[in-house]
Write a protein that binds this ligand. Structure first.
Ligand code: FAD
Length: 433
């Protein structure tokens, strides 16, 4: 009988999770999530800008909830702060693990390449495709054939439909190896910023709580309670409120719910209510996600571009919400306070940083990576490149901020709302004041 180690780097759910499939030969299993210590200290080994308070808090909530679910199934979860690859290799050695199972990551996968080189001889590494609607086996094109633009990608998919039936949660899980470490550190221990311990103010529109159950609660609200799929096309460009878009992104990014589960709910709604322009538009958003994920796999490390030179003063003003452009400052305050932004606001602040302030898009992407509770490597870096007009999408997306303010915030409700919300002292510390 074998001992397996599942290395979670996302996919923080039990249902529809191929990483938690159980091979008949497996009798014991470690389920491990490693928080990169460099990330907590401010920058990761890749020079990426750490993890902000809101993002850390949401991640911790997801891990805590998953641990509870795994315990009920006879397993457990180990959450450790360490250098991820060395810890996984050490655990594999110590507990005579014969197989490490991990998901394929977007944007080059240094970690798995390094791990493959340092695992003990008896242990093999198995990569499983997770998180996307298609897998490398079912996508109707090879990775090399993924086209440059989203429209061409969609045309290439044609009428092909991805799997829209999710798999139920397994009834049990293999036993935890005796004497193996388990559990997760408290949020107090992890957090370098007081904001991680505070509730997000009500002003933020929706209190995001991490975990599989809250994800299902939100999916249910969006699809069945609020009927968003009937109106999404008209409301999706909103800036303020909890209901103009699904706000499922944090749970999708951490894998508390899979894209397939969201698609399944969408198809069920369409079966009962009939497909319409709004529900089709929502499906297209899932295809944008799909597009950026396959592009990120195709581009590998090139997704991140070359390391930029130091940011200028204009970048500092931008991230602190002190540019003097009211809509941009409101959005940057919202990002700091809540860890989330609407798609419209993301497009506008990205365009403003790159095309009005002339700063390098990579600084903006790194700041988003630090702050966003829904940070998703493929979606974040892909969208930044798209707005900046670098790489495969050589056409810059330039927004006229004054015109956009008049169109999407005509009565300045959004600007006034975020002007009135004061940043907590700890937020100021986090922002480097
Ligand atoms: C500069 C910039 C950075 C971004 N960074 C991220 C990020 O780190 N993580 C992230 O999940 N999204 C990112 N996005 C995409 C998009 O803004 C968010 O997915 C969306 O605003 C989340 O809100 P929602 O869940 O209510 O989306 P909805 O409008 O309800 O859409 C449903 C889902 O479709 C997907 N989706 C929608 N729009 C996009 C898009 N443009 N690209 C890719 N997927 C999309 C998301 O998974 C989203 O949850 C970024 C966009 C920009 C312009």
């Amino acid at each position: 009988m074998e001992t397996e180690l599942v290395w979670l780097r996302g996919e923080l759910r039990l249902a529809d999770n191929p990483l938690l499939d159980i091979a008949p030969s497996v009798s014991e299993r470690l389920v491990v999530f490693v928080i990169d210590e460099a990330l907590l200290d401010g920058t990761s080994a890749d020079g990426v800008a750490g993890i902000g308070a809101r993002r850390l808090r949401f991640l911790w909530q997801c891990l805590k909830e998953l641990r509870g679910t795994l315990l009920k199934k006879g397993s457990d979860l180990l959450v450790a702060v360490d250098e991820p690859v060395s810890l996984v290799a050490r655990l594999a050695e110590q507990y005579q693990v014969t197989r490490v199972v991990a998901s394929e990551a977007a944007g080059g996968d240094d970690q798995l390449e390094r791990l493959a080189r340092c695992l003990p001889r008896q242990c093999r590494l198995e990569r499983r495709g997770t998180g996307t609607l298609w897998t490398s086996q079912t996508l109707p094109m090879t990775l090399d054939e993924v086209p440059a633009s989203w429209s061409a990608f969609r045309r290439r998919l044609g009428e092909a439909s991805p799997r829209s039936h999710s798999r139920p949660a397994p009834a049990t899980q293999p036993a935890w190896p005796e004497r193996a470490p388990r559990g997760l550190p408290s949020l107090q221990r992890l957090s370098r910023e007081a904001d991680a311990l505070n509730d997000v103010p009500d002003s933020a529109g929706l209190a995001f709580v991490g975990g599989e159950a809250p994800a299902w609660q939100r999916l249910d609200d969006v699809v069945w309670e609020s009927d968003l799929l009937a109106t999404y096309q008209q409301t999706r460009n909103g800036l303020i409120g909890a209901g103009f878009s699904s706000r499922l992104s944090p749970w999708l990014a951490l894998g508390c719910v899979s894209a397939t589960q969201v698609l399944e709910a969408l198809r069920e709604w369409e079966d009962r209510r009939g497909a319409n322009a709004s529900s089709r538009h929502f499906y297209h958003e899932l295809l944008w996600r799909e597009y950026f994920h396959w592009v990120a796999r195709q581009e590998g490390k090139a997704l991140f571009g070359d390391p930029p030179s130091s940011p200028g003063q204009a970048f500092e003003c931008w991230r602190l919400g002190a540019t003097g452009q009211p809509l941009i400052d409101a959005a940057m305050r919202e990002l700091s306070v809540s860890g989330w932004l609407s798609n419209r606001a993301r497009q506008l602040v990205a365009s403003y940083l790159v095309h009005d302030l002339g700063e390098d898009w990579r600084h903006g992407a790194a700041w988003f990576e630090r702050c966003l509770i829904d940070h998703d490597v493929a979606n974040n870096w892909g969208n930044w490149k798209y707005i900046a007009g670098v790489g495969r999408n050589a056409k810059p997306r330039i927004f006229d901020i004054d015109e956009q303010s008049r169109r999407y915030d005509p009565d300045e409700r959004y600007v006034r709302h975020w002007k009135e919300v004061s940043l907590q002292p700890s937020s100021y510390e986090a922002l480097g004041h």
